[in-house]
Design a binder for this molecule. Sequence first.
Ligand code: NAP
Length: 295
Amino acid sequence: MTAKRLAGQPVAVAIRERTGQLVSRLSSEGITARVAVVLATDNEATAWYVRSIERAAEQLGVHCQVLDLASGTQSELAQTIRALNADETVHGIILQTPLPESVDPAALVQLIDPAKDIDGANPLSLGRLSVGQPAFAPATARSVIEILEHYQIPLAGEHVAVVGRSAVVGKPLAQLLLQRDATVSICHSRTTNLAEITKAAAVTVVAVGRANLLTGNEVSDSSVVIDVGTNVTEDGQLVGDVHAESVQTLVRAMSPVPGGVGTVTTALLILHATQAAVAVLEDASLRGAPMAARR
Ligand code: NAP
């Protein structure tokens, strides 16, 4: 048996369709959704990722502005974020990592207005998610949910194992799963019975950053496996955290790397930016504000 392939591409296409509908609604009100990416590195892989966000935005008629602050100081970056918060024409802010070693990322993400925090970087967004208030989740965590829902993998009442507890993936994902009534086990480097938990789970999501962490010994034939990991092998290949050879012949369904979660994230960032713009529009409509104030 070979596992059903939970490819990211059809999921991204469906997300772009939803975004297109929101863009049309905004455009009928004369509004263009705008996203600002604050970039503070000259790392080539990051530049490539940011270009993919720009392309995704452009394809959908969303304006994407990249603010290149490669040697930016803490105070320059803070000032930039404050200015973007105050700019009513900007609906979404992404503070792209990695940041220069000299800056304190935690202090910077806390500055992002939660209403514009389209990649769920501000801890307030995670806090809001955890108490069920509206907030943007990090695009990677949300991508996992989009894949599971697109392929109609049931979550309510199901046991889901999340391997990894970072603020970017594991923790927000656990909150999104709880919101969908899953029973969630959050595993980490000190979990002693990982195989027992992942074998028992209906769905296992691995977000660790270690190639071959999950092998055929840690899954069952009824498992659905989502691989969030991205690792580059010595010969330059991109691989996930799952030992694909041993797992894909055993499990029910599995997302590939590349071509899985990573394919969905940029589409989701643009969806979040348009949702943020729609929220401003709806808020202005409720308050009866004039059009100029809505942009
Ligand atoms: P991270 O901050 O380094 O967190 C890794 C997590 O894995 C930690 O919670 C750690 O546990 C846990 N862990 C480490 N070794 C483990 C082990 N042997 N068994 C069980 N858990 C273990 O990483 P991250 O930022 O969440 O990213 C995780 C992976 O996702 C990386 O490969 C990253 O590149 C990838 N990623 C992909 C995308 C995408 O778009 N596809 C986006 C973001 C991240 P402790 O908390 O105990 O240390």
